[in-house]
Design a protein around this ligand. Structure first.
Ligand code: SF4
Ligand code: SF4
Ligand code: SF4
Ligand code: FES
Length: 618
């Protein structure tokens, strides 16, 4: 079926909305990657079987929605019964008959499957009452967990393509760019460069061909914002790209998706095929002069291919190496033609801006930092997952209200934002309103939205070592300051962790970091020293403790710690003897035990099993 005009689209939307409304109840089964890994496909099968066997009446298979990720994967597989909003976690196929008989055919709640808030220990019945969701403001993630990820009908019923239809029917390309510019939509992929300015430049370059590319090469370890959007709401991304293509005059678009995201590729391709079938991609879209196609380009998963010029080379089938920055890719990008590159989250915001207006978008967030930002909240927090908040939300609100606070009530130590080349912010910064500018001013960065929370058992030197190791292995090696400089910085962090460094090494680190920042060609090298510079800035005492006192205050660096038994606390329960794989512990039942240092490998197994806090790490 081809949609022939904007009016036709609206007629269809009314039909699809009515079609959805006929379901008195809906079963939302999360089928994002996390829940699928935990067996969500079997739940869908079990629901379908129940319908086929007529175990439920007044209900149809279409009322089972296989949605994208809700962001709360650690609690998956998730099932939500609408319209009540009953929220079940860690659901197993054996739970389905009970869910059907009690919560679908009746209105009973199954207590055993409810989410227990780890901060309050209270069971929560409704999805919207869960603190993890309650404190979020979802724009880019608006449809995740609500619509079937592979249904264009549900996407349209949820408002999909309204912004695009408005753009190509009622607005000039310059008008679209002006609206995005006025909204001050800053690129969500890292640098925070205003999208409208980029689009304006691309359009202003004299050229017969222009391209629009979506960067879905989310390389930060632990980040899954873009993957979840591509998997769970691919139409929002396509629509954003289509609006951009209309604005800048592009006929061809590419979505660059890393190899590790197979489900995203499947759902994107389905969405593209459906758009072609509905006449939303192809020639003379919605009966206008505008024609546009989108193809998926798959990347091999190199971190450096998140950099614009490397990404474009990779799309063109060349080696993904960055080139000198004086050639701007918006001017000379893919195949040397003017190219707009924005990331998944940025494009997902565009339809809302066009549909609801720049003023609406600017009313959310802070001056110069409009809208919201999605983060992958991980580390030592009670609730981990994918979240989206208004710009300006404080770190404290994110970590304590949404994240539920620090695991085991330990003291908060730091939060790392901005991915591997971001920075670590200390407790004094907990009330910092999070936005592009505030993070940069304080030595970190937004990046694509990684947020790792650390407690007092995290060693900041070890953190810097870990991220530098990642960057060393991901450096493409094209320029010496990055290739050799990051390698040397990594070696120095190892030396500090082993207690072999001197105070002069700290000066060397700072000088070398300056050189790497100045001399590197692309953002990977330029921001590469951030992990060490930001930890030195806020946690210098910890570096000094490693160097001068030969101590690791967090008890992490193996060469600087010893495990001993506190006689007064040891009950002689024998648990640590069993746990120690190196026969390093001796002792009799009900008598204090003893750790033989010459055999101890500092694996930490004894500390983990001791229920009496009788193992001291110092
Ligand atoms: S800075 Fe690093 S990643 Fe970037 S081009 Fe140079 S060597 Fe490659
Ligand atoms: S586990 Fe703890 S309490 Fe038990 S013997 Fe070992 S040190 Fe003592
Ligand atoms: S740290 Fe590991 S090796 Fe050492 S005593 Fe404990 S369990 Fe044994
Ligand atoms: S995949 Fe189900 S909540 Fe993330």
């Amino acid at each position: 079926m081809k949609i022939t005009s904007a009016q036709h689209l609206e007629q269809l939307r009314s039909l699809f909305v009515a079609d959805e409304a006929r379901h008195k109840k809906k079963v939302i089964v999360c089928c994002g990657t996390g829940c699928l890994a935990n067996g969500a496909a079997k739940l869908v099968e079990a629901f379908h079987d129940a319908f086929k066997n007529n175990q439920i009446t007044d209900f149809s298979v279409e009322a089972v929605k296989e949605t994208g990720c809700h962001g709360f994967c650690e609690q998956g597989p998730l099932v939500v019964i609408e319209p009540q909003g009953t929220f079940y976690t860690k659901v197993k196929p054996k739970d389905i008959p009970e869910i059907i008989s009690k919560s679908i055919q009746g209105s009973e709640i199954i207590k055993d499957r409810l989410f227990t808030d780890p901060a309050t220990n209270q069971q929560i019945e409704k999805y919207n009452d869960v603190n993890f969701f309650k404190h979020q403001h979802r724009l880019a993630l608006r449809n995740l967990g609500k619509i079937s990820a592979h249904s264009i009908k549900e996407a349209i019923a949820a408002g999909g393509y309204a912004g695009f239809a408005k753009a190509i029917n009622g607005m000039s390309p310059d008008g679209v760019i002006a609206e995005v510019d006025k909204a001050n939509l800053r690129g969500r992929g890292g640098g925070g460069f205003p999208a409208g300015r980029k689009w304006k430049t691309c359009k202003s370059i004299e050229s017969d061909v222009r391209y629009v590319i979506c960067n879905g090469d989310e390389g930060d370890p632990g980040a899954f914002m873009d993957r979840s959007i591509m998997e769970g709401d691919p139409h929002s991304v396509l629509e954003g790209m289509m609006i951009c293509a209309y604005a800048v005059g592009a006929k061809q678009g590419y979505i660059y998706v890393r190899e590790e995201y197979p489900l995203a590729v499947i759902h994107l391709q389905k969405a593209i095929d459906d758009c072609i079938e509905y006449g939303l991609l192809g020639d003379n879209i919605l009966g206008t002069e505008f024609s546009f196609s989108i193809r998926i380009a798959r990347g091999a998963g190199a971190f450096v291919c998140g950099e614009s010029s490397a990404l474009m080379r990779s799309v063109a089938g060349e080696i993904g190496e960055p080139r000198a920055k004086y050639i701007r890719s918006v001017v000379k990008g893919l195949h040397d033609k003017p190219t707009v590159l924005n990331n998944v989250e940025t494009y997902a915001n565009v339809p809302l801006i066009i549909d609801k207006g720049a003023d609406w978008f600017k009313s959310i967030g802070r001056p110069n930092n409009s809208g919201t930002k999605a983060f992958s909240l991980v580390g030592k927090v009670r609730n981990t997952g994918l979240i989206e908040v208004a710009m300006g939300t404080t770190l404290r609100e994110i970590i304590y209200d949404i994240g539920g606070g620090i695991l085991d009530d330990r003291p908060f130590k730091a939060v790392q934002t901005g991915g591997p080349s971001g920075g670590c912010l200390p407790e004094a910064m907990l009330d910092l309103p999070v936005d592009f500018d505030s993070l940069t001013e304080n030595g970190s960065m937004m990046g694509s939205g990684g947020m790792i929370v650390m407690d007092n058992k995290t060693c900041m030197v070890d953190v810097a070592r870990y991220f530098l190791n990642f960057l060393v292995s991901e450096s493409c090696g094209k320029c010496t300051p990055c290739r050799e400089g990051l390698y040397q910085l990594h070696e120095m962090t190892i030396k500090i962790c082993e207690g072999k460094a001197s105070m002069e090494d700290l000066e060397k680190i700072e000088k070398l970091s300056d050189m790497v920042v100045l001399g590197s060609l692309c953002g990977l090298g330029k921001s590469g020293p951030n992990p060490i510079l930001s930890t030195l800035r806020y946690f210098r005492d910890e570096y000094i403790a490693h160097i001068r006192d030969k101590k690791c205050p967090a008890g992490v660096c193996r060469d600087l710690i010893t495990y001993t038994v506190i006689d007064e606390k040891c009950t002689g329960c024998l648990a640590c003897i069993t746990a120690c794989a190196y026969n390093a512990i001796t002792g009799k039942k009900k008598e204090p035990h003893y750790i033989h240092q010459e055999r101890c490998t500092k694996c930490g197994a004894c500390e983990a099993v001791c229920k009496f806090d009788a193992i001291e790490v110092a």
